[in-house]
Design a protein around this ligand. Structure first.
Ligand SMILES: C[S@@+](CC[C@H](N)C(=O)[O-])C[C@H]1O[C@@H](n2cnc3c(N)ncnc32)[C@H](O)[C@@H]1O
Length: 260
């Protein structure tokens, strides 16, 4: 997936014919979203128009392939028979390419129907695709994912859509983050693992709906919500902007669910 639009406003000109036939997608968005969430979802629907070009190797796909390879190498249990991994904010599928190619059973979730429609074209496919926002009241468990049923969760490039705190722009809403982490914790098996790549604070102006996440603050909250942090590190060369607008830095946190 290209991340070119992250630092800019929404892309104009979605071609509606791209989305003529949106297949039935399990809908887990039964609560009315707030205004910011609606705007965020509309934005990702619009951005999907520029994300569908497959087979394109970008700095992001190289980076996310590497993150997945390292994650899978250090957690071979993710590919045991019966093991399930969720890709939260799956977009067009780049964040789980390596996992799916390795034969891992991956469920994709995304708030954007249009992104999900593109994810339906992935080969190898996701085992399921579910429309679900990780921000809000509808639980992953309410979206049909059973408690303690998931071995791993990846979420690459989706957490920057978290609401900011409202007081200080660029600081994430802690309550929403705790709710999201609780959802992940609830569906993970004991010792299940998460891998989260997100935008840390950096010298760059992002879109108004993009929130940067302080890694140490997130790590602290994850510990408080029942995770053991196993990695907390910058992602080198995450995205070298190809239009000369500067590099976008990413950060990776990996963690393991501690038994309740
Ligand atoms: C930058 S793309 C990353 C996609 C993919 N993970 C990758 O690595 O290429 C971010 C994706 O997160 C999704 N997203 C944003 N906010 C979300 C939320 N609250 N819940 C679920 N998905 C969300 C967007 O629709 C978009 O598809």
């Amino acid at each position: 997936m290209s991340f070119e639009d992250l630092g800019e406003g929404p892309t104009e000109g979605t071609d509606p014919s791209l989305f003529d036939s949106i297949p039935e997608i399990q809908n887990a968005m039964d609560m009315a979203p707030d205004a910011r969430t609606s705007a965020m979802m509309e934005r990702w629907d619009e951005l999907s128009a520029t994300q569908g070009e497959r087979g394109k190797t970008t700095a992001w796909t190289v980076t996310s392939d590497r993150l997945q390879t390292e994650f899978l190498t250090s957690h071979p249990e993710l590919n045991e028979p019966g093991a399930v991994v969720i890709d939260i904010g799956c977009g067009v599928g780049d964040g789980a390419n390596v996992l799916r190619q390795a034969g891992v059973d991956v469920i994709g979730t995304d708030c954007s129907e249009m992104m999900l429609d593109l994810a339906r074209g992935c080969n190898p496919p996701y085992s399921r695709l579910i429309q679900h926002s990780i921000i809000g009241e509808t639980q992953l468990a309410g979206a049909g994912i059973a408690p303690n049923s998931v071995k791993g969760i990846v979420s690459y490039g989706a957490m920057q859509s978290f609401p900011d705190s409202g007081d200080t722009k660029g600081e994430f809403d802690e309550e929403q983050m705790r709710k999201a982490l609780n959802q992940m914790h609830y569906v993970l098996e004991a010792d299940g693992v998460v891998s989260l790549a997100f935008l840390p604070p950096q010298e760059k102006d992002f879109h108004a709906l993009t929130t940067v996440i302080d890694p140490d603050r997130l790590a602290q909250i994850m510990k408080e919500e029942g995770f053991e942090i196993t990695k907390n590190e910058a992602v080198p060369n995450a995205y070298d902007h190809d239009q000369g607008k500067g590099q976008i830095q990413y950060h990776l946190i990996e963690a393991r669910k501690l038994a309740a």
